[in-house]
Unconditional design. Structure first.
Lengths: 132, 132
């Protein structure tokens, strides 16, 4: 079955939202996600820094043979359910490409990047050469 | 040997830099990269849209078992050599983590995101369950 890894940056700050000594908004987002029912096929993986620091809170979706997606400016207080809804839709695809209208609005509007899946090794000459 | 896939968005625009009917800055960046000597272990892969449209030109580095990196606001006229230098350094690592001081300045300052490598399947319960 298709799967999705939901990477959650736990060190993210948000502009104007983080008291200096309080929990990081990224950690708050992780807690909010863990408090929701986990959709089938989705695993949540905390990560220290997704290097999207100017667009926190950030999350990323990846899985073998699928496009990877990164989203920013997630709100720990309001976005957890939509993030998981989007992760479930991603998990249900073969290639990670969820039809536009089926994506949560925060995924449609707050994409930071997407990256193609790693190709099979054979068709890439540079990789094939190295394997020989 | 370690390898690097350098994904180059060919549809990227840059703010104020693209005439409406001219070649896209992303395509110009691809051409500039292809005009430079290709470092050992690096393969250049054009891609239509990295979904980093507000931060074009965008490129991404990925490879099996390595962190993926995405960089934005690349300049086709001035950044090609530094991008390839950074890609070569990435290719030479086992995990994609290039020491900070060895990264080109544009990589240090213009990171859009990084994503952990896909884990081996066994340690991830959700994936392990699905494989059984």
């Amino acid at each position: 079955m298709a799967q999705a890894l939901l990477h959650v940056c736990t060190t993210c700050r948000r502009e104007g939202a983080a008291p200096p000594d309080g929990p990081r908004p990224g950690a708050q987002l992780l807690a909010a996600l863990l408090a929701e029912p986990l959709p089938e096929g989705v695993a949540i993986l905390p990560v220290e820094c997704l290097s999207a620091c100017s667009n926190g809170c950030a999350v990323a979706l990846s899985a073998p043979d699928k496009w990877t997606y990164v989203y920013g400016r997630m709100d720990p207080e309001t976005h957890a359910a939509a993030i998981l809804q989007g992760a479930a839709a991603y998990a249900a695809t073969a290639d990670g490409l969820v039809p536009w209208r089926e994506r949560p609005e925060i995924f449609r509007k707050q994409s930071l990047a997407r990256i193609p899946p790693l190709p099979a090794l054979d068709p890439i000459p540079a990789l094939k050469d190295a394997a020989e």
